[in-house]
Unconditional design. Structure first.
Length: 464
């Protein structure tokens, strides 16, 4: 198969002007604390070997193409924080000899965005392979953008070694509008009914007492991060199983997200019964990050372009799989039809109107979600010029065998379940707070979730 010719790399900008932080970025900056760091952690496990110098050059090029990766946060006019280019550029990649850690490296230091850029890389090498780790402050970029950066690092590494690959075009000037939901007053006026409906629906949710996954008291803000960050329990569904899962979603008239949401709720019901926790009238909430990228944003460099919605169920309803699926379809349709994915950002804007309101909101210790569920989608573009016959990223001298990402946990929310697609597989990683959830409990939840997914794989539509 002929690969497209390599595209000549040209500068995207001479210098990046100061960019004010968006509302979401300010929220994520305030939400970072020592006991609950607001990071994302990723790992690419590879076989083969990597060229140190060329990978470093590729990372420098990635940071140049995605300006926020090499920026600091500094106060500006009126005290509003903004992004400015770091004088020394991005931090260089750190290299360590093996052996590979049993889980993930336990030496993650806090990221102070006022002093250093928000992305760090570490490569641990062994004979015949190794791991590439990334630590990224969530105020810099979201999970979708992190996988975009992963992919471009591999593209540019291949390019540096003379490989013929297609380097995607980017427009850094689009970063100025990255937090703007609509660009015109007419667009804002059209969204007014959706905003009013969203606020009306959000009011009872804000007053509702959400039940955490396990009873616990949030850690003190100055407490050290949890040991073994991140602790992960994972499942991988082979390509044949993934095809069955997607086929089941089509048969049942549901999107993949609605099907997975149903299975997560059902797994929570089974797991709570096994653990002997909770009551029938408990409110169980799934926090769902929603990607707000539009088709035009394919040229946008890495940034945060998402919002959050909460989906609630009573504990007693978690055993009814048919009803859970019907409600999941209805809720996802309601969010899409009425643009309820904007409500969270609207609430952040209301808090920001009050002096110190956004910071106070991030310091609330109440449980906001029993579990966060996020679907990051393909971990590599399906038509990437790097993919081999097994749909894995193949670069000169190495193959990326597996990609993982660790999500966040917050006060009262001790676990995030992240989905992604790689090499034809569906992967599910439960990132959990080891201070409150044990490895046995996390593994028990993932067993319950896998059992629910396998029930869905063979499920037929219910009789009318």
């Amino acid at each position: 198969m002929n690969r497209p010719a390599a595209r000549r790399l040209v500068p995207l900008h001479a210098s990046m002007p100061r960019l004010p932080l968006t509302l979401l970025e300010q929220y994520l900056l305030h939400d970072d604390r020592r006991s609950y760091p607001c990071w994302m952690l990723g790992r690419l496990r590879f076989t083969g070997c990597l060229n140190h110098e060329e990978l470093q050059l590729a990372w420098a090029e990635v940071a140049r193409r995605h300006p926020l990766l090499a920026c600091l946060v500094r106060p500006g006019r009126g005290g509003r924080p903004g992004w400015v280019a770091a004088p020394g550029g991005p931090a260089p990649i750190e290299w360590r000899p093996g052996p590979l850690p049993a889980d993930w490296p336990a030496t993650w230091a806090p990221i102070d965005l006022s002093r250093e850029p928000g992305v760090r890389w570490l490569v641990v090498e062994t004979e015949g392979g190794g791991d590439i780790y990334v630590q990224a402050h969530h105020a810099v970029l979201d999970g979708v953008a992190l996988f975009q950066v992963f992919h471009e690092l591999m593209l540019l590494y291949t390019h540096a070694l003379g490989g013929h690959v297609l380097i995607p075009e980017l427009r850094p000037q689009l970063l100025a509008g990255r937090g703007r939901l609509v660009a015109s007053w007419w667009g804002r006026w059209r969204l007014l009914p959706a905003h009013l409906l969203g606020l009306a629906l959000a009011w009872p949710l804000l007053r509702r007492e959400v039940t955490p996954l396990v009873p616990h008291h949030p850690a003190a803000p100055d407490a050290p991060p949890p040991p073994g960050l991140p602790a992960i329990a994972g499942r991988r569904f082979c390509p044949d199983d993934f095809k069955k899962i997607r086929g089941a979603a089509r048969r049942l008239g549901a999107g993949l997200n609605a099907l997975l949401m149903r299975d997560v709720f059902a797994a929570l019901g089974v797991w709570r019964a096994e653990q002997g926790v909770g009551a029938p009238l408990d409110w169980i909430r799934l926090g769902l990050p929603i990607n707000l990228r539009r088709p035009a944003d394919r040229l946008l460099p890495a940034a945060n372009v998402f919002s959050l919605v909460g989906i609630d169920r009573r504990g007693k309803s978690l055993a009814n799989r048919d009803r859970l699926l019907r409600r999941a379809r209805e809720d996802m349709a309601l969010v899409k039809r009425h643009r309820l994915d904007h409500t969270f950002l609207l609430l952040l804007g209301i808090h920001r109107l009050l002096p110190g309101g956004l910071r106070r909101y991030t310091r609330r210790e109440a449980c906001r979600a029993t579990l966060v569920m996020t679907n990051l989608g393909p971990l590599c573009p399906p038509r990437s010029s790097l993919l081999d016959a097994d749909q894995r990223i193949a670069v000169p001298g190495a193959v990326i065998e597996e990609v993982s990402i660790g999500g966040l946990f917050r006060p009262g929310t001790c676990a995030t379940l992240a989905f992604g697609f790689y090499a034809g597989r569906l992967q599910a990683d439960l990132h959990y707070d080891a201070r409150f959830l044990t490895a046995a409990q996390a593994e028990g939840f993932m067993r319950a979730f896998e059992a629910q997914v396998r029930l869905s794989m063979e499920e037929s539509p219910a009789a009318p």
